[in-house]
Ligand binder design. Sequence first.
Ligand code: PLP
Length: 410
Amino acid sequence: MALINENYLKLKAGYLFPEIGRRVTEFQKANPDKKIIRMGIGDVTRALPSAIVKAFQDGVSEMANEATFRGYGPEQGYDFLREAIAKNEFQDRGINIVADEIFVSDGSKCDTGNILEIFGMGNKIAVGDPVYPVYVDTSVMAGRTGEGLSNGYYEGLVYMPCKAENNFIPELPTEKVDIIFLCFPNNPTGTTASKEELAKWVKYARENKAIIMYDAAYEAYIQDSTIPHSIFEIEGAKEVAIEFRSFSKKAGFTGTRCAYTIIPNELKAYTEKGEAVAVKPLWSRRHSTKFNGVSYPVQRAAAAVYSEEGKVQVQEIIDYYMENARLMKEALQSVGYTVFGGTNAPYVWIKTKNNQTSWDFFDKLLNDVNVVGTPGSGFGASGEGYFRFSSFASRPNVIEAMERIKKAGL
Ligand code: PLP
């Protein structure tokens, strides 16, 4: 008798985006003449810049020629990409990360989901609330939680509420935790953490022999020069943190797939007897056993993000999305919404008016002005009463969506 992994049965049905899709499809069927503007899912919309496309094509051409053809590459990534990342993302910013600490992968979703595999089942895991759902769902799948509760939480996880009252920065947990997922700039709230705030977490992790899983998928959107792009800007973080980065939002790679994870040489976790074990060799072993590397042309394309032309073109697209965010923020504030995020992140996070629930606001927005956003409650109980707009849209659509909201007096 083949047994299934019953942890999968604990997962809540009706995951956020399918439910949004269902409601939008139903509305469109009933109203085929209405033009729906989608500002819900956090997928980019601008095409890959030409410098990246050229490198991608050159990589493909090399594969067509026996003299330059490549088969399996190094599982951890080609040196040319690891070195370009180390230099441009870290060393040029004065952060001491070397190529050997960087593991290239096909996405931060996979990395943040897979990383727990090298850590013991007895770890207490803390997550923000609201939160990028992958950290929670992969913990459930791996049997690291108990049952799902009626408020959307799972037994066994420690939830750290992020609300306007704490500027959407989680407070240090009162119970001792071992693994902490932090994401800044945050999805979904669009908020960032200062060096002082991150330093508190690094101190906590050092004192409790805990590890911070720092998801910096949106760091390229930081505009304010005082905000850290990396947890490794904080002194002592290399002993207690892993960082996840992705080319998805930085350079439009959501469909191309390339990301990387940084595991410092100094990072240690412990056996039950308390012996310290270096983490990096374990991830390296895992990567070599279960992953065969990102395709060569994709890694060539990713390296082009750091060419002179690539840097300019990537920045132009980031600026475009951030101008969208500015326009959205301005328009929503002008009609009386309290607006968060959107200045150092591509997400604008609003408080609904008159305590309207997130899903009620979703339905109203869809029905009255045919605009789609994401209900905050879909990211966690503390997201109730909030709503996320993504700036990954075309400028004309952003302008039209905001005009419709203003005109309808929503
Ligand atoms: N981390 C966060 C916080 C995200 O919002 C996303 C995508 O939306 C990812 C990771 C996934 O990145 P990737 O496309 O590299 O898998």
